[in-house]
Design a protein around this ligand. Structure first.
Ligand SMILES: [Zn+2]
Ligand SMILES: [Zn+2]
Length: 164
């Protein structure tokens, strides 16, 4: 039901040993304008939970894959997401409203996973860093083939720049 939840009863009672974990699940509605984590795409989080005096400290790495449309050539683009997190989960009723909280003796990482994945989604996705995009005149995908108009007819907006 909750793939990113960990029972921490033992950890809260006997705080000598940190708890190592490796979880895999799916997240919903993780998107920005031009990229997203597709529903059904596996998301993994691997790390360790340690008791600290305000609650539990989670140190972990989240991994998944994003997909989107390349902003230059409009073809499908995708790439890896890998993000390191260090976050405190406070006990219920403690600390600030906007921090993460334990619910009883359950540590549910799903909100944290989604928050950090969404922050890593590319706002300007590219199919590759060297994508040549589309010709502004004829719409030819210049990654596939050069077009005949590309050399002669420079867009007037760029004309000034190229004469500098
Ligand atoms: Zn592209
Ligand atoms: Zn062209």
């Amino acid at each position: 039901m909750k793939p990113f939840a960990i029972g921490v009863t033992k950890l809260l009672r006997d705080s000598s040993e940190p708890l190592h974990f490796e979880l895999e699940g799916r997240i919903k509605d993780a998107f920005v304008s031009f990229s997203k984590v597709p529903e059904g795409e596996p998301v993994t989080i691997t790390g360790v939970v340690e008791p600290v005096h305000q609650g539990l400290l989670v140190t972990a790495t989240i991994k998944t894959t994003w997909q989107g449309s390349c902003v230059r050539c409009l073809e499908q683009a995708e790439g890896p997401i890998e993000v390191d997190v260090v976050e405190l989960f406070e006990e219920e009723g403690q600390g600030e409203e906007d921090t993460y909280h334990l619910s009883g003796d359950i540590l549910d990482l799903s909100e944290l996973v989604k928050d950090f994945v969404v922050l890593e989604l590319p706002v300007v996705p590219l199919c590759s860093k060297s994508c040549k995009g589309l010709c502004v005149n004829c719409g030819q995908n210049l990654n596939e083939e050069a077009c005949s108009c590309s050399k002669d007819e420079i867009d007037p907006r760029w004309g000034k720049l190229s004469s500098l």
